[in-house]
Design a protein around this ligand. Structure first.
Ligand SMILES: Nc1ncnc2c1ncn2[C@@H]1O[C@H](COP(=O)(O)OP(=O)(O)O)[C@@H](O)[C@H]1O
Ligand SMILES: [Mg+2]
Length: 241
């Protein structure tokens, strides 16, 4: 199978500082892949490369087998790559319906966008006239996901899905991501909280210091993390001096 998204031996960073030192990761249609790693490991940088916000200094970005390295974020969005950035990017004073209205595109009507979003996120339907600022944190994250889904993406990138949310909400959000993948979307999600992520993932990888140090099925990664309690923590930030 040709992965919907693949990074091949990607090097990237900011100015002269290299953050990713040769990272390869891929996501197939229908898969949820989780990237775990400590603060500063390079997870968000990797997502920036995948979304075209950051151009790699070496290596390739392939979308459905097509080399799109160096094309802009706009081209990658048109290729079906969609990002849910860290920190629930909602506008507090706009209503749920207004957020979805912004996502009308390619001649899809506002009614269709809303209908699609509410079919997947029924909780938002009850709150369609509510300001996003008055939603719970979990509902705001749901709205951020709903906006992403409205673009009918083939690849969804999610940064720090669970941040600041209660475990029960996190489980619900992961179930929504699972549902997206089951419909054929390739989902790449970055997490610091391992457990809920590993319950949902088809595959997982650990990022440390700009490299993938472990990857495999969730059970294997779970044992890697468990082993860490006996020795070196693969999720711990290692300072480079
Ligand atoms: N815009 C930026 N400019 C300069 N350095 C950055 C920028 N964003 C991140 N970094 C640095 O890159 C490294 C990796 O950061 P990041 O990818 O955000 O890690 P993570 O998402 O795993 O916490 C860190 O050392 C961070 O300070
Ligand atoms: Mg980050």
């Amino acid at each position: 199978m040709i992965p919907l998204l693949a990074l091949r031996d990607v090097h990237a960073g900011y100015d002269s500082i290299e953050v990713l030192h040769g990272v390869s990761v891929h996501v197939d249609a229908g898969e949820v892949v989780v990237l775990l790693g400590a603060n500063g490991a390079g997870k968000s940088t990797l997502l920036s490369v995948a979304s075209g916000m950051l151009v790699p200094t070496a290596g390739q970005l392939l979308v459905a087998g097509q080399d799109l390295t160096g094309t802009g974020a706009g081209d990658l969005a048109r290729a079906g790559i969609c990002t849910v950035p860290e920190g629930r990017s909602v506008f507090p004073s706009l209503t749920v319906a207004e957020h979805l209205l912004m996502m009308t595109h390619r001649g899809v009507s506002a009614a269709d966008v809303e209908e699609r979003a509410y079919a997947r996120f029924p909780r938002l339907a009850d709150r369609r006239q509510q300001s996003a600022g008055d939603l719970s944190g979990g509902e705001q994250q749901m709205l951020a996901l709903a906006r992403a889904v409205a673009t009918e993406p083939s690849v969804v990138l999610v940064d720090e899905l669970s941040m600041g949310l209660a475990p029960i909400i996190v489980a619900e959000l992961f179930a929504l991501l699972r549902g997206l993948a089951d419909d054929g979307v390739a989902v790449l999600v970055v997490e610091q909280m391992a457990q809920a992520a590993l319950d949902t993932a088809d595959r997982a990888a650990v990022v440390a210091n700009g490299r993938i140090t472990h990857e495999g099925d969730p059970e294997r990664i779970r044992s890697v993390i468990a082993d860490a309690y006996l020795g070196v923590d693969p999720l711990a930030r290692q300072e480079t001096t």
